[in-house]
Design a protein around this ligand. Structure first.
Ligand code: ADP
Ligand code: TYD
Length: 203
């Protein structure tokens, strides 16, 4: 059985992750391998239920600590039910956000919880993507794009531009921490151009 390939997309809200994850899945389909396009929080029935708890409601609904536990619970279920079985079948798994989002949003956004994030990741997840595409983007432009989408999942968008700027800097620092895994992709270009940059950075 061939080994699967695990790819993730990361970046601030509105940077184009979902668009590019979908395009990459479309591009790779028809090349003879099973392609699983999935997302976090979510990606399995249980994790999608946790997603609703996390993304709807007021900004102060959860503390950063509670959020960390909920995101990790959702990720564990996603890993058990969707990601690991697919990789074991030899599939390509394309995931819209993964553990780097927790390192940033819960680890950095409201105080320094990174040590807890890392400890929980090691104990409960222990899996990293083979390649992560970090779509880098000006925070104001990203937020404008994100707010252009109407919907109930606005809890994190309501944290505003200041958080987006902090997350952008944090993601770039994370790319320096994991230079082998994380490819930084300039997202301030047409969808076609960004897609071409991603294909050039495939492992
Ligand atoms: P994310 O998943 O990172 O939040 P999305 O892929 O949902 O971002 O994109 C946010 C919005 O910006 C969507 O309305 C999408 O159509 C649009 N968009 C995505 N990529 C580009 C691009 N390269 N140029 C202009 N608009 C884009
Ligand atoms: P997502 O639906 O990917 O939002 P967007 O398409 O706007 O980027 O993710 C929703 C929010 O969840 C996003 O603001 C980041 C947040 N998030 C965390 O805080 N921690 C995590 O571990 C993950 C996976 C997401």
């Amino acid at each position: 059985m061939p080994d699967g390939l695990f790819l993730s997309f990361e970046g601030i809200d509105g940077s184009g992750k979902s668009t590019q994850a979908r395009r990459l899945a479309e591009h790779l389909r028809g090349h003879g391998r099973e392609i699983i396009l999935t997302r976090e929080p979510g990606g399995s029935p249980g994790a999608e239920e946790i997603r609703r708890l996390l993304l709807e409601g007021t900004v102060d609904r959860w503390s950063a600590e509670t959020e960390l536990l909920l995101f990790t619970a959702a990720r564990r279920d996603h890993l058990e039910r969707t990601i690991r079985p697919a990789l074991d079948r030899g599939a390509v798994v394309i995931c819209d956000r993964f553990a780097d989002s927790t390192r940033m949003y819960q680890g950095l956004s409201r105080g320094d919880l990174r040590a807890h994030v890392d400890a929980l990741h090691e104990a409960m997840i222990g899996t990293e993507p083979d390649r992560t595409f970090l779509i880098d983007m000006d925070p104001e432009r990203g937020l404008a794009r994100a707010l252009g989408r109407a919907g109930p999942e606005e809890r994190f968008e309501s944290f505003g531009t200041e958080l987006q700027a902090k997350m952008r800097a944090g993601f770039l620092a994370l790319a320096r921490e994991f230079p082998e895994r994380i490819a930084v992709i300039d997202g301030d270009a047409s969808e076609d151009e960004v897609a071409a940059r991603i294909l050039a950075s495939l492992p």
